[in-house]
Design a protein around this ligand. Structure first.
Ligand code: NAD
Length: 288
């Protein structure tokens, strides 16, 4: 058996088309054009690429993109002051502070300073609490993308045995909460889990969010399972170049799974699409 490859680019394009249509409608009916403010502190090359892509896709969906760049020497107080200005700006519907921040700035303090109604990354403790208590709120983008990808091959996830590997606040825990909302039976595995292969073998749905290249082996996968690979790992490739791989040994797992996301081209593209969807959600919620 060869697994169905879940095309993240195609699914992300569908989400972006829906957002584009909804933004056009909002403009015609209410004269509103949602605005996403992105704050970049410092000159980390990977972050610069992410921010550029986000801005490009925000504009492509018909929304406004507002970029704020601060030097790597910016103080925590300066970043907090900028977040305060964006919180008060009625033209800003979503605020995203690109992580990681320079080491001298406390990420938690910056995240907590963002107005929860504009927290399109869904990292604010208020939004985390809303997710945990099944209340409406803004949900982290990558976890939302994982669930949408799983539902693209199996619209009804109810009753599935789901194993999430990784317990970070930005991926593992929110993915687990979202799968619980879908009525899955959820196990969260992590670095101290005993017999990880045995636990993963039970899963109808596996979400790997660890950051270890190819850690999840093909013989850990239950035949026919859905495998969502969140990992992004850069490893040495041919000719001295590097290449990206996931947390799942793709070549092995594809022979056993029912459906699997590739890396790259799986979860990654969905993250930006869900960010745009969250910005639209935030704009609509703020304007009643
Ligand atoms: P993290 O380092 O914060 O968390 C990793 C988790 O993996 C931890 O909870 C840890 O307990 C667990 N872990 C570590 N070693 C383990 C082991 N041997 N067995 C079982 N569990 C183990 O990482 P994160 O921010 O959650 O990201 C995880 C991966 O997802 C990374 O590769 C990251 O680059 C990627 N990521 C991708 C996207 C995307 O858009 N596709 C977004 C966010 C993160």
């Amino acid at each position: 058996m060869t697994a169905r490859i879940i095309d993240g680019k195609e699914r992300a394009a569908e989400v972006c088309r829906m957002v584009t249509d909804a933004v056009a409608l909002l403009k015609v009916e209410r004269g509103v054009v949602p605005g996403l403010a992105v704050v970049l502190v410092g000159d980390d090359p990977a972050s610069q690429v992410y921010v550029r892509n986000k801005a490009k896709q925000t504009l492509a969906c018909g929304m406004r993109s507002l970029e704020h760049r601060l030097p790597v020497t910016a103080t925590e107080a300066e970043v907090l002051a900028l977040v305060g200005v964006l919180n008060r700006d009625p033209g800003v519907d979503g605020i995203l502070v690109q992580l990681p921040l320079p080491k001298h700035i406390a990420e938690a303090a910056v995240i907590e300073a963002i107005d929860p109604g504009k927290d399109v990354d869904g990292f604010h403790p208020v939004n985390a609490g809303r997710l945990a208590s099944n209340a409406p709120g803004l949900v982290p983008c990558t976890p939302l993308g994982c669930v949408l990808l799983a539902k693209s091959v199996m619209p009804e996830l109810r009753g599935l045995e789901a194993v999430v590997i990784g317990r970070s606040n930005i991926v593992g825990k929110p993915v687990a909460q979202l799968l619980l909302r879908e009525d899955c039976t959820v196990t969260i595995a992590h670095s101290r889990t005993r017999d990880l292969p045995g636990i993963v073998r039970r899963a109808d749905l596996v979400v790997a969010a660890v950051g270890r290249p190819g850690m999840v082996r093909g013989d850990w996968i239950k035949p026919g399972a859905i495998v969502i690979d969140v990992g992004i790992n850069r490893v040495p490739g041919e000719g001295g170049k590097s290449r990206l791989v996931g947390d799942v040994a793709f070549g092995e797992a594809v022979a056993v799974a029912g459906a699997i996301t590739p890396v790259p081209g799986g979860v990654g593209p969905m993250t930006i699409a869900c960010l745009l969807q969250n910005t639209l959600t935030a704009a609509k919620a703020r304007r009643g």
